[in-house]
Design a protein around this ligand. Sequence first.
Ligand code: PDD
Length: 291
Amino acid sequence: MLAYLNGQFISRSSATISVDDRGFIFGDGVYEVWRVVNGRLFEPDRHMARLGFGLRELRIATPESLNTRSVEEIAQRLLADSGLTDGEATFYMEVTRGAAPRAHQFPSATTAPTVYATVYRFAPPEELRARGAAAITMTDVRWLRCDIKTIQLLPNVLAKQAAVERGATDALLIRDGVVTEGSHANVVGVLDGSIRTHPTNHLILPGITRSIVLEQARGLGIPVREEPFTERDIDRLEELFLVGTTTDVMPIVRVNDRPVGTGTPGPITTRLLTEFRAHLDTSCAVAHALR
Ligand code: PDD
């Protein structure tokens, strides 16, 4: 597998960064994950916009060479040279504040950000999707800028690990009694026939899959309320699902070993997962045809 590091294309195994890199030392950076179908990036602009937002919020100077077009070119080369132009893949990009002697304040303005990218083969979890997955609940212990996609993912790592250790797929994070999101996906419930999900603010990542699925739900006439549901509401939910780049739409049929609704993927979830998959395929096929 090939990697891109600061302008060079090299094998991932030989790509190395400085021990002084602020991503390594402080988690001082941001990242993005794009879904790729048959060699085409899904929603390249929206992911670039979110990366740009994170860089601005953290005051990391966006490298001039980094725009949707150049990033797509980097991805195309990585995908082609890694034999990933067919089928499913992901494209990962990370930008850190660069390498400088360890000191908490920003380094000198001449410090160049580190830009790293790579691609991975991706296998959508279709069997689990058909069955529906299990989740646990955990306290959301993250900071108050969850809207920035930083590489500081320790709470997310611990939440996912706790879920795996309890035989579940993910953890629903609870802050002040309210369900915020999952370890690496947004969370959507169906309550009294309406879709309910946490509004986009500083407490969740504004997921690109989330926004597309909500647009699709509205288009289908399903009522959508961008209001959180509480931990206590979980027992009353008719349906529950996760949405994310590496998740698509994933039904959650058990929470803390109790069934959600009928304990099987519900009709709204099933409809939306079909609609989302069709949109993902069509949009990547259109991108392919346009090139
Ligand atoms: N995670 N919430 C969190 C905390 C996430 O990390 C992600 C994505 C999402 C979903 O966002 P989107 O639909 O734009 O992918 C929500 C990526 C895939 C990851 O960390 O691997």
